[in-house]
Ligand binder design. Structure first.
Ligand SMILES: [Zn+2]
Ligand SMILES: [Zn+2]
Ligand SMILES: [Zn+2]
Ligand SMILES: [Zn+2]
Length: 402
């Protein structure tokens, strides 16, 4: 007996089928692979690609998550120096013209777009093929989707498919029980796959204590970033967690001690379950129509991940600290995210203080790039060697703060 396949069996289909045999969320694994390949190719071939450089200028560099992935995981410090010097020039031009809006991005991080597109494609293929015997069985034996990708599926798929994916995923979640490590990725996605909770940053925690100021020991490091990072290094064990209704974003879930946070993840998974069921039953739809348009036009579509129903408690604390510190006119230099906040709170004087710091950094970057040239390799190395990391932190923020 043979079945006639409704689903065309192409590379994406087999990618999904094969990845389902691995532990964790299948979409998270495939998105992580897409990110690695995209940034690796960018490092080797495309740093000088004109169109891509324009996009990176418009986005004012990579987002925080992808900036540090490019520097620390792809290990492309030289490429980062080229890209961020370009962005620095754009910002210096805007500042010279007194154009405060020129500090803001006019485009999206290109790596985020690539990830969103990949997640949408893989989710679509998985859902369409769930009735195929091999895909159906493989999914049932897998770890299922993580919460964030379940929510994306509920917004992205057409109504008939949503129910199918929801039921099968919840059945897997039930069977798999509540191992703490599993609950973490189930609540927030695999490590590094999503950014911090921008909605939580917009509503700072009113009970956040004033954190002592940690002073950075160089002239190019943002003190607000340094203080935020010190806050992230503290274990998340506040009493207020017990009765709050917050959760954790992907970034901060992977900073924290997983054993302490089990009750937080349980709460978060329950909230996701509820939200996913509501989305599955809802006629309102954002992602689904966009996906349908993409099928017809083949144009790339910007399907941002669905926001998690629980606001990140750490992001809210960091947000409160940022608001308090950005009001202080003595603090400099400020990274771009914190400079924007300072300008909102106390006007363009914050921008003036940054101009000489950016120009100095531009000079150091020029020296760094010059000394990478084989003709000057013999010259002694100095503090310009730190300039690529300084510029990435000063434009995209220190690791983990966004
Ligand atoms: Zn996932
Ligand atoms: Zn990004
Ligand atoms: Zn900062
Ligand atoms: Zn967070």
């Amino acid at each position: 007996m043979h079945t006639i396949s409704r689903v065309s069996r192409h590379t994406t289909f087999f990618d999904v089928l094969e990845t389902l045999t691995k532990p964790g969320c299948v979409i998270c694994t495939l998105v992580a692979r897409t990110r690695w390949r995209y940034l690796d190719a960018l490092a080797y071939e495309n740093v000088n690609d004109y169109g891509l450089r324009v996009k990176l200028r418009e986005a004012r560099g990579f987002c925080n998550r992808h900036a540090w992935y490019f520097v620390e995981t792809t290990r492309e410090v030289f490429g980062a120096a080229i890209i961020y010097r370009d962005v620095l020039h754009t910002i210096l031009h805007a500042a010279a013209a007194g154009d405060v809006n020129g500090l803001d991005p006019s485009g999206i991080c290109p790596t985020c777009l690539v990830e969103w597109e990949a997640a949408s494609n893989y989710l679509q293929v998985l859902a369409e093929a769930l009735d195929e015997p091999d895909m159906g069985t493989a999914y049932e034996q897998s770890d299922g989707l993580c919460g964030p990708h379940l929510l994306s599926a509920m917004s992205l798929l057409r109504p008939l498919l949503r129910q199918k994916v929801l039921e099968r995923t919840l059945a897997i979640w039930q069977r798999r029980g509540d191992d703490p490590a599993r609950m973490r990725w189930q609540a927030t996605g695999a490590e590094g796959n999503f950014s911090t909770d921008s909605m939580a940053l917009a509503m700072p925690d009113p009970d956040a204590p004033a954190t002592p100021l940690v002073v950075p020991n160089d002239q190019f490091t943002c003190p607000v970033c340094t203080a935020s990072q010190a806050l992230l290094a503290e274990p998340v064990t506040w009493a207020s967690l017990a009765d709050a209704d917050g959760g954790l974003c992907n970034v901060h879930a992977w900073h924290a001690d997983v054993r302490v946070l089990c009750s937080l993840f349980t709460r978060q998974i329950t909230a996701i379950d509820k939200r996913a069921s509501a989305l599955a039953a809802s006629t309102e739809n954002r992602g689904w129509l966009r996906a349908a348009v993409r099928e017809l036009t083949q144009a790339p579509v910007r399907n941002e991940p669905e926001p998690l129903p629980s606001r990140c408690v750490v992001c809210r604390r960091v947000g409160a600290l940022e608001v308090a510190m950005a009001a202080d006119p003595q603090l400099k230099p400020l990274c771009l995210p914190h400079l924007r906040r300072a300008i909102t709170q106390r006007g363009v004087s914050a921008l003036e203080a940054m101009k000489p710091i950016w120009r100095e950094l531009d000079y150091l970057l020029g020296e760094y790039l010059r000394k990478e040239d084989y003709r000057f390799r013999g010259e002694p190395r100095g503090q310009e060697q730190k300039s690529p990391r300084w510029v990435v932190a000063l434009i995209s923020g220190a690791p983990g703060i966004r």
